[in-house]
Design a protein around this ligand. Sequence first.
Ligand SMILES: *Cc1c(COP(=O)(O)O)cnc(C)c1O
Length: 450
Amino acid sequence: MDELALLGDADQRAHRYLATVAQRRVFPDAGALAGLAAFDEPLPDEGAAPSDTLRLLDEAGSPATAVSNGPNYYGFVIGAALPAAAAAERLMLAWDQCASTFDNSPAAATIERIAGRWVVEALDLPRESAVGFGTSATACTLVAIAAARRALLARKGWDFDSDGLTGAPEVKVVISELAHITVKKALRVLGFGLKRLIVAPVDSCGRIDLARLPALDDMTILCVQAGEVNTGEFDPFAALIPRAKAAGAWVHVDGAFGLWARASAKSALTDGVEQADSWTADAHKWLNTPYDGAMTICRDAAALAAAMNADAVYSMASLDAQKNLNLEFSRRPRGLPVWAALRSLGRTGVAAMVERHCALAARIGEGLREAGYEVLNRVVLNQVLVRAQSDAQTVAIREAAQASGEVWFGATLWQGRPAFRISVSSWRTQETHVERLIALLAALRERHSG
Ligand SMILES: *Cc1c(COP(=O)(O)O)cnc(C)c1O
């Protein structure tokens, strides 16, 4: 089979997969999981036919996927892939660009520059901000915090690039009690030390409690969040950020999914967030681009470009070259699917998707309450946090829902007790799917009561 026939075969298999995402089990059954044993081959001495490799991938791999690219998946705020973004990604693979600089790929550099401008406009953040398109909110938070620390040290006359951290003035970090684990990971990897992080207590909704905000100064990085991962709540930016800025602190916002609320009628939830210094947002969650894609947005464009600079004698580039805004030097143009998503949705399309998901989440909250569940959050966004009568019942119902193959959502702990968390973030999820979810959970509650 020649290259084009092989790619045609891949397209057909992808077509068959996508045509059935609404009917597939959302999580594979035991048979499909056992089928994964087919991959357990010795590293071959002689190469196999490419078509046979593709066949194995599809026959054993496709049935063992979690169908997060379908309408019945409610786990982890995982979005599906929008057609325009997935199609753009497909063409991008044919181009196979190393999107480091304009010289590496004029097309990629141009499109990512526009994508960055559009992201900042869609999220209504300071227009002078630099946008680095990275792999994940985790990586982009790491990048933002690295830039923040370097900038705070520079203000004290410390040359971080030359002298590193030994003997440097201490940079403190204040994080929400409910900061996402990946923010803690980024801080840990950067050497801040988990025990040294200063925790800002939260109120009963999960927002940083202003009355108990730890002291901030001009050597502090304050990490706040737009969209807490269980409740979807937002820290009180409008009161919090001016206080932090008055103290001279750097404010970083983890907006992995929640920042997209700002592009919708829900934007009041984010009021004041534009006053921060840096922001992280995912594209692969609520913007529904394929994995992996996220962005670091930094008000001080030069600070980000200096922290991430990777100019070499053989590769000098402008400050807005993506290799100077990211960890990666060789990279795919991750801004390209973002561009395609924004171009195909437009402002109104992004707003409509976010608003629809929020309305569906509200409907789930209402339906589950009627079915006798306890809804633990205010459902301000697309997250519904749920508990049944007892902890054992909560766990049993969640496990039964997962085993049904009809839907999938994950477990969490809320205030120390088991709960489950339903996220609505797939463009494919419609009212009919949500009604089926409510009916399924109502039936499971009946079955597991008493
Ligand atoms: C998912 C998530 C992250 C991490 O994002 P990745 O893209 O998976 O690295 C960070 N913060 C919040 C609030 C999230 O929901």
